[in-house]
Design a protein. Structure first.
Ligand code: PEP
Length: 256
């Protein structure tokens, strides 16, 4: 079965709950049935916006999915400041980012913690969007494939094939995030293709063929078409450009 492309807008730490409603309303107004049939559109707001987004999506039966930017590896208890998968599930989240490079960089998240978070997501029927990708020094040494596959292996350790089949992997070279520096489609395909090959080795061809692999890193309406033309790229994780409704809609239309 063909993989349905996914565009996920990571708002990062931007927009309060009122601004969130405004942006989702604008997206809903602009996106038509053809757009929704062609690609799945998701937004990934801060935790504090999720209840407002849920209310709007439910009230107007919007075809916009939403998810959270992180979750705790624990399910409940004395973990001040953490948000559990159960809480996110109750808010109707479909997705949760795991291991975004900003979590790895500023909060010291390593592959073992990402692995625990992937498992926590599945315990609560959330689909993880697992973020992997190399920093500039690794790219300069030409070790981007090896580095990214090691992150993938670490985060998926012990996760059964029937769960991996539904995961979303986002290849995000760190040097391209928020920098305006976009990977060439060929560079992105090199690593995304290697991710799919590794999934086939570990879990079989069926699983590898089902998993959606996104590219992330300064995706805009004027570069998305080239990225989407690559065989192993099934959508994009979009940061800055997803805060502008008009621009994000154009991206979700493959730049057309
Ligand atoms: C991101 O936050 O995952 C991202 C890719 O950001 P940007 O599109 O701004 O580079």
């Amino acid at each position: 079965m063909a993989r349905k492309p996914l565009f996920a807008g990571n708002w990062k730490m931007n927009l309060n709950h009122l601004e969130a409603i405004n942006l989702v309303q604008k997206l809903a107004f602009s996106l038509n049935d053809r757009d929704h049939d062609r690609a799945e559109v998701a937004v990934i707001p801060p935790f504090t916006d999720l209840r407002s987004v849920q209310t709007l999506v439910d009230a107007d039966k919007l075809r916009i999915a939403y998810g959270a930017q992180d979750l705790s590896a624990q399910d409940s208890g004395a973990y001040t400041g953490e948000i559990s998968g159960a809480m996110l599930g109750k808010l109707g989240c479909a997705y949760v980012l795991v291991g975004h490079s900003e979590r790895r960089q500023y909060h010291g998240e390593d592959d073992a913690l990402c692995n625990a978070k992937v498992k926590a997501a599945y315990r609560h029927s959330l689909t993880p969007i697992l973020c992997v990708g190399e920093g500039l020094p690794v790219r300069q040494e030409g070790r981007q494939v090896e580095h990214t596959l090691a992150q993938l292996d670490g985060a998926l350790d012990g996760v059964p094939a029937d769960q991996v089949k539904s995961i979303v992997v986002a290849y995000e070279p760190v040097w391209a995030i928020g920098t305006g520096e976009v990977a060439t489609p060929k560079d992105a395909q090199e690593v995304c293709g290697a991710i799919r090959t590794r999934l086939a080795e570990l879990y079989g061809d069926d699983v590898a063929a089902a998993v959606r692999i996104l590219y992330g890193g300064s995706v805009k309406s004027d570069n998305v078409a080239g990225i989407m033309a690559e065989a192993d790229i099934d959508g994009a994780l979009v940061g800055g450009a997803s805060l502008d409704a008009g621009e994000y809609v154009k991206i979700c239309r493959f730049g057309e």
